[in-house]
Design a protein around this ligand. Structure first.
Ligand SMILES: [Zn+2]
Length: 369
């Protein structure tokens, strides 16, 4: 693969307005239009007083709370939420949380105004053609540093009944505002800090080894890796370092901007069955194979992927010993993993070289040593 060719046609488009900085959360009411606001968050944030704080900022009577988000949002639960909330005439959605909260908000933003009964069952599970053509504006406030979901036009929906992972996509799935306040990430426990950072690193690397990459996505991805290379070890060592938390949050944002153009590729394809069937956290399920993917194909990769920045990221990944983190999960043998239906169907096509199941099996085996 050569580096991006100037002769190749490409487009850059990302409509999300980004507001970032320490303490910026206090300014979020300015971004909200009149009318009822739906706050989407988790029961944990409600317990810790964040829901009351936001109600206080916006006015108690304006805020409808949905705090039942659980990790890896499930298709039927999202359809039930749409049906519960559809009569509230919601004018704004505020999403406060990690990737699952942001994805839930992005889904409800387009399903609530769609007028469909059981919208996800109808469109994603049953496969009826539908264009999401209107939305409720979303203000995405990430509390982890990793998913980049605040700037992407996709939301992941999991269908446990069929062991399938769907991606809801389209122009209207983009949030309108992303609000990045590093203070929100300071209390993130070690594992969540690590796993979400691995997700950001996966996004950056996968947008580099990607058929759809452009000069813009490449620039974002390399800067994301540069920031993460320094910030991840620093925040694991000293979780209260606000400056490094801000760098890690910026790394996540930049990696999100990169995949908003390219989508992800092979490490995400490997991750999905590990998450849906065995509960491996998303970032770990993506991150554990990155070093071996690069090892497997580095002769085919261009300058950007053989740069000093990427070499530093590989050193960092090796130092984290992710293979042994995976032993906490009751994973089957590699033959079972590569035979799982979610592995074959998604994302491997974005990878710039053809890789078969035997190649993927080799990567997984070496990654788990
Ligand atoms: Zn991801």
């Amino acid at each position: 693969m050569s580096d991006c060719l100037s002769t190749q046609a490409w487009v850059y488009y990302n409509p999300v307005r980004i507001n970032a900085g320490i303490g910026i959360l206090r300014r979020f009411p300015e971004l909200i239009a009149d009318g009822p606001a739906l706050l989407i968050t988790t029961a944990g944030f409600t317990r810790r007083g964040m829901t009351d704080k936001i109600k206080g900022q916006l006015g108690k009577n304006r805020v409808i709370v949905y705090d039942q988000v659980t990790p890896n949002p499930e298709l039927d639960a999202l359809d039930r939420a749409a049906s519960q909330l559809k009569d509230h005439k919601i004018k704004n959605i505020v999403a406060l949380g990690g990737g699952s909260v942001l994805d839930t908000a992005k889904v409800l933003a387009v399903t609530l105004p769609s007028g469909l009964a059981e919208p996800l069952n109808h469109v994603l599970r049953q496969g009826h053609a539908h264009k999401w053509s209107s939305r409720i504006p979303v203000i995405a406030i990430p509390t982890t540093a990793g998913t980049g979901a605040e700037v992407t036009p996709f939301a992941t929906v999991w269908d446990k009944s069929t062991h399938k992972k769907h991606s809801l996509t389209g122009e209207f799935v983009y949030p309108v505002h992303a609000l990045l306040d590093p203070e929100l990430t300071i209390s993130l426990p070690r594992n969540e800090t690590l796993y979400s950072a691995l997700d950001a690193i996966s996004h950056a690397l996968e947008s580099l080894w990607n058929r759809n990459r452009t000069p813009v996505s490449e620039a974002y991805a390399l800067q994301a890796l540069k920031l993460a290379n320094e910030a991840l070890p620093a925040v694991l060592e000293n979780p209260d370092d606000l400056d490094q938390r801000a760098r890690m949050q910026n790394a996540s944002l930049l990696a999100g901007l990169a995949i908003s153009q390219t989508r992800t590729a092979i490490a995400h394809a490997i991750s999905y069955p590990l998450t849906i069937r065995y509960g491996v956290p998303h970032g770990l399920a993506c991150g554990f194979s990155l070093a071996e993917i690069r090892e497997y194909c580095h002769h085919h990769l261009g300058d950007a992927l053989n740069s000093g920045i990427v070499a530093e990221t590989m050193k960092l990944l090796h130092s984290l010993d992710l293979g042994s983190e995976l032993t906490k999960y009751n994973l089957p043998g590699v033959d079972r993993i590569i035979g799982l239906e979610t592995l074959a169907q998604d994302r491997t096509g974005n990878f710039p070289i053809l890789i078969d199941n035997a190649g993927i099996g080799e990567i997984i085996v070496k990654s788990m040593v």
